[in-house]
Design a protein around this ligand. Structure first.
Ligand code: C2E
Ligand code: MG
Ligand code: MG
Length: 658
């Protein structure tokens, strides 16, 4: 039912009782009053005492001394009360009743002081009477000014005091008093008009202030929110973490910080477009918000494209935070319904605990990221807690990062060469260049350790250049039938500058491109695979071969294989260990070989260590192998020595020297 519109009387009543004001306005009025009312009381009291003292000898004490003593006590208490008032802490109800009390008191005080003044007027000569009229006329002006923020009270004071003043003195026999009455009427009318204007201005200012505060709030919210998922954003994450780490330092409590990365988001985004990607991220955000309600004290943030973070601000153990991490992995494993199609991704989580002894809150972020990185490398879709073991690994990673920046890196890195053998014709057909790093500060470091660090620190291209340069130089001394394989990291194949550099080096070298083979892993085709394919096609056109390294351990769909510009696949060494007829690995190798044959790719089996393994591989009609059974990776000197003893590249000599 529609509410009836208030009539003029109701509006006036509401205005008079301050019921039409909102809380911000009431608080603003009380803030001004809390400064001005004690001043008004002070002026009123001092002027009244001045009047009372001049009348003490001519008027009785009950009219001079006693009322002033009582008024002084009341006024002191009221002033203290106003000085201690904190308007910001008042509710709307409290604020209204405070303003209404001011309006009521303005009636009482103005009636009381006017009556008192007029009673004193009866005493003394014309000068004393003039003092009373002066007191009434001037004091009211200051009271009206001090009550300016509550116009109802100012109006009451003006009507009571001036109305009485004018009514009383306009009919006086003395011209002076009649003239004063006219004067006071004019001054007060003008003053009330000015007061009305300045009150409107005051209201406008308060409204503006409220509006700008609201705007600031909205901007602050927008600046700290991610508009897509409605989760708090990266900026909010850093602010919240800094604040909570400071609190944790004071309370000596531990808080947990988690880094979440979505596995398989990028291919979905690339394949189905950004609209689908956005819908998926929205749903991820919703699932995280639901989790936040299940784990009190846990806040989630979106800190990047498909990266999320969380802070568990309540003190929690490794076990508690692991539980949260596992829950995150579990909810992300459930398929997502995007436009009636099922989309599957997973989330890998890394968690670290903030320790009050850490240097800064950045430390805990780095640790959570490190745990996440380890999780991504070892087992995606799981939660890893930053442990003492990871702490040692992190220290080692930092050492490697520093050492990789050393000036003499190109002298410290040398390639070694491992033969690849054609077991049908018993010949060495190629060698794979494998980087060896003899660091001045760290000693020998294996590529399985430093290549991943170089990839994350963005300097793997430098290593690739060194290996390519030195391998091409080495190949000049080999028989022209011997091919060279070099490894490219996943980062390398999307680095256009590096690929151009390699391309030109191959073109300018004395080695025929047909002798050169690039080894790439499945992860290289992870993100922008069409670009990678395009780059690799360039090398294929030049005549180089491209092998898919470590085949079988990745997650790429087998159906994608024949779209790729490949010439060979290298079956990962992990399938060769424990190779016997009954074993699972035997079946896997057999299927991988059949697949390679179906799509007409040559196949090399890596990691052959024993005669038994070689025998089984022969039964499976494998043509090419690489492994310690024939030879470990050899230095250039060893390789040359071997080749010079063995002019026709026969593999037999490898076994003799092994
Ligand atoms: P990969 O390209 O698959 O190289 C084969 C690895 O298996 C080499 O390890 C080799 O020494 C080892 N291996 C060969 N035969 C056997 C065997 O019979 N048994 C066992 N247990 N291992 C065998 P390495 O040299 O430690 O290299 C490890 C990985 O590091 C390489 O795997 C490759 O992914 C990477 N890597 C090495 N050098 C480079 C490089 O110059 N650039 C890039 N991007 N990656 C490199
Ligand atoms: Mg390789
Ligand atoms: Mg391999």
């Amino acid at each position: 039912m529609a509410q009836a519109k208030p009539n003029t009387i109701q509006k006036l009543k509401s205005w008079f009782l301050a019921g039409d004001k909102d809380l911000a306005m009431l608080r603003a009025q009380l803030t001004v009053l809390s400064g001005q009312l004690p001043m008004m009381y002070g002026i009123l009291l001092i002027s009244s005492w001045a009047l009372a003292i001049t009348h003490m000898s001519i008027a009785p004490d009950w009219l001079t001394l006693y009322p002033l003593v009582i008024a002084t006590v009341i006024v002191v208490f009221r002033s203290i009360d106003w000085l201690r008032l904190d308007p910001a802490s008042l509710s709307k109800k409290q604020a209204i009743s405070r303003v209404q009390a001011v309006i009521r008191l303005s009636v009482i005080i103005s009636v009381a002081f006017t009556t008192w003044s007029l009673m004193l007027f009866e005493y003394g000569d014309v000068l004393d009477k003039a003092h009373v009229s002066f007191y009434m006329a001037v004091t009211v002006i200051s009271c009206i000014f001090c009550l300016g923020s509550v116009p109802q009270a100012a109006l009451i004071v003006s009507i009571v005091v001036n109305g009485t003043f004018v009514g009383f003195f306009l009919f006086s026999d003395t011209v002076f008093f009649r003239a004063a009455a006219v004067n006071v009427t004019l001054v007060c009318t003008g003053m009330l008009f000015v007061m009305r204007q300045s009150y409107r201005h005051f209201c406008h200012m308060v409204e503006e202030e409220v509006r700008s505060k609201q705007l600031i709030e909205v901007n602050k919210r927008l600046a700290n929110r991610d508009s897509l998922t409605d989760l708090a954003n990266r900026r909010a994450f850093y602010n919240a973490l800094e604040r909570q780490c400071m609190e944790a330092c004071q309370s000596r409590n531990s808080i947990a910080v988690g880094a979440i990365d979505l596995d398989g988001f990028k291919p979905i985004n690339d394949m189905y477009g950004h609209m689908v990607g956005d819908l998926l991220l929205k749903q991820v955000g919703l699932r995280l918000q639901t989790l936040a309600s299940q784990f009190p004290g846990t806040d989630f943030f979106r800190v990047g494209g498909d990266e999320f973070s969380f802070i568990v601000s309540e003190p929690c153990s490794d076990g508690d935070s692991h539980l949260i991490g596992e829950q995150i992995c579990a909810v992300m494993q459930r398929p997502f319904d995007i436009d009636n199609s099922e989309v599957a991704i997973s989330a890998t989580v890394g968690i670290a605990h903030f320790d009050p002894d850490m240097d800064s809150f950045q430390d805990v972020i780095e640790k959570a990221d490190f745990a996440l990185y380890q999780g991504k490398r070892n087992e995606r879709g799981t939660c890893t807690i930053f442990s003492e073991y990871l702490h040692c690994q992190q220290r080692r990673t930092t050492q490697i990062q520093h050492a990789l920046k050393s000036e003499g890196l190109s002298d410290e890195i040398t390639p070694v060469f491992q033969p690849i053998v054609d077991i049908v014709h018993d010949r060495i057909i190629a060698v794979e260049a494998l980087a060896r790093w003899n660091s001045v500060s760290l000693g020998n470091v294996m590529p399985s350790e430093f290549i991943p660090v170089a990839e994350t620190s963005g300097c793997v291209a430098d290593i690739t250049k060194i290996v390519v340069e030195k391998s091409l130089a080495a190949a000049r001394d080999w028989p022209s039938a011997l091919q060279l394989s070099v490894n490219l990291s996943a980062k390398d194949v999307s680095d256009e500058d590096l690929l151009m550099w390699i391309y030109q080096r191959i073109v300018r070298s004395d080695i025929a491109p047909q002798r050169i083979n690039l080894e790439v892993t499945e992860t290289a085709f992870g993100t922008d695979s069409s670009k990678v394919e395009e780059h690799l096609r360039l090398f294929r056109h030049l005549g180089c071969g491209v092998s898919l390294d470590d085949f079988g351990v990745g997650h790429s769909s087998l159906s994608r294989l024949h779209h790729l510009p490949l010439t060979k696949i290298k079956i990962d060494k992990s399938f060769v260990s424990n190779l016997n007829r009954e074993a699972r690995n035997f079946t896997i190798v057999k299927s991988l070989l059949n697949l390679a044959r179906d799509i007409e790719l040559d196949c090399i089996v890596e990691g052959v260590e024993t005669e038994q393994e070689l025998k089984l591989l022969r039964e499976l009609q494998v043509n090419m192998v690489q492994g310690f059974y024939y030879s470990k990776p050899l230095s250039q000197e060893h390789l040359i020595e071997l080749l010079s003893q063995n002019g026709d590249l026969s593999a037999g000599s490898l076994r003799q020297s092994a």
